[in-house]
Design a protein around this ligand. Structure first.
Ligand code: SAM
Length: 227
């Protein structure tokens, strides 16, 4: 069987009791980065054999892992941080288990997109998650334009190296739309910076942002029409 085990997105205390139990009960841990996850398991006092499962070998690894699970092995799937399969490897293995009729359990747990949405204070009844914003500027602008047209909150993972350019692009397309930069969630320097793009740009001109960033763009829904 396969157990999908979310791991902390910054604060090690966020590992759940069920996640610890599942790791302890597993025969094999499939990990995006075996060294990184090895440190987490060592911190938890758990010793297990690892197999690497990352973006470049997920397809080729699936067959071997499926055969082992079919013969009774219990595999725990982890990624470097948060929920496997969410902008992280995992989907192909999960799909392969579904196709082969092998049992899967997904443990609820840390995930940056949901944490950022709730903390942003933006409407959370509906949302769009676009994963990582494209690196190429043309595709990035199309993605941002589509986000600004959406009625619901849009959420993207973004690099600290590109966030200033992204905010400048948003300022160019729609200067009166509120955005939120959710940074370093669950870590010491966690912060939610909310405001119009030019307000955040002014903040970042003296102190460029560092660390892990999730960007939220408020939707054009009724709640925002008064703006
Ligand atoms: N699987 C993860 C999840 O469930 O959220 C996401 C993995 S994705 C490779 C990593 C990206 O998620 C980061 O580049 C950043 O955009 C976002 N992220 C991860 N941890 C974060 C944190 N602590 N604060 C803000 N954003 C975070």
């Amino acid at each position: 069987m396969l157990t999908v085990v979310p791991t902390p997105i910054g604060n090690r205390q966020d590992i759940t009791l069920r996640a610890i139990e599942a790791l302890q009960a597993s025969d094999l841990v499939a990990a995006e980065d075996t060294r990184h996850s090895g440190m987490l398991l060592a911190h938890l006092g758990i010793k297990k054999p690892f197999v690497s499962l990352h973006a470049h070998n997920e397809s080729s690894r699936c067959g071997e892992l499926l055969d082992r699970m079919a013969s009774g092995l219990h595999v725990a799937l982890v990624s470097d941080a948060g929920m496997p399969g969410i902008s992280d490897p995992g989907h192909r293995l999960i799909r392969a288990c579904v196709d082969r009729g092998l049992p899967i359990t997904v443990l609820p747990g840390p995930c940056a997109v949901v944490t950022a949405l709730v903390g942003s204070g933006f409407p959370s009844d509906r949302f769009y998650f676009g994963g990582f914003l494209p690196v190429k500027s043309g595709r990035r602008v199309s993605e941002l334009t589509a986000a600004l047209e959406r009625r619901e909150t849009s959420i993207f993972y973004e690099s600290p190296h590109r966030i200033v350019k992204t905010l400048a692009a948003l300022e160019g397309i729609s200067p009166r739309r509120e955005v939120c930069v959710a940074r370093e969630l669950s870590k010491t320097f966690e912060e939610y910076l909310r405001g119009m793009p030019h307000e955040l740009l002014a903040k970042f001109s003296s102190k460029p942002p560092k660390g892990e960033i999730t960007l939220l763009i408020r939707g054009s829904g009724r709640e925002t029409e008064e703006e």
